[in-house]
Ligand binder design. Sequence first.
Ligand code: SAM
Length: 204
Amino acid sequence: MGGESTRAELIETLRRHVRDERVLRAIAAVPRDRFVTEAHAHDAWANEALPIGGGQTISQPLVVAHMCELLDIQPGERVLDVGTGSGYHAAVLTALGAHVWTIERDPELSRWAEENLRAVRARRVTLLTGDGSRGWPQGAPWDAINVAASARGEIPPALIDQLAVGGRLVLPVGDELVLVRRRDDGTLDRRGAGGVRFVPLIEE
Ligand code: SAM
């Protein structure tokens, strides 16, 4: 018999790949079952991306954990999260102690995410609607920018422009996860961080 995965089983699976205990604790602390649709409730704790409607998905927990680990979020940091979707990734970022501004282009998804975030009493999170490929200049510079949709070809320049000194940006470019860090002298350090599959970042 297969049966449903539990929260503890998910954390054990992630522990094989994720070293940062803070990230594992944050994933364990956020009830993923509150961010999936009823049709997928039984798979809420599986290490899988799941449909959330409108052709979009809640990301795979391992990918969320990996992106959080790359961003190395410190308590109190200001983070822009592009592609709110269900709100799950934003909730994990707040569980790491960040202040999160999360932006979604689909107002209906943003409303649903707001309900989900309210249901889990997530604090320090602001929901925005619009084209996140332009970042959110009103809040810049950001200590970290997390992008949960795949840029075609190149990194949107606005996201790089809005990165603080010492700031980190993680995003999929095509099928590769990329980490960018702004060094103290303002120059950028860019490196590949593995293969991923994401829905496209729609640049308007
Ligand atoms: N982070 C989400 C979660 O935890 O459920 C999953 C994100 S889903 C893989 C990608 C999301 O990015 C979709 O909800 C999509 O509507 C959104 N999106 C795509 N292009 C966007 C853009 N330019 N600005 C804001 N959101 C965008």
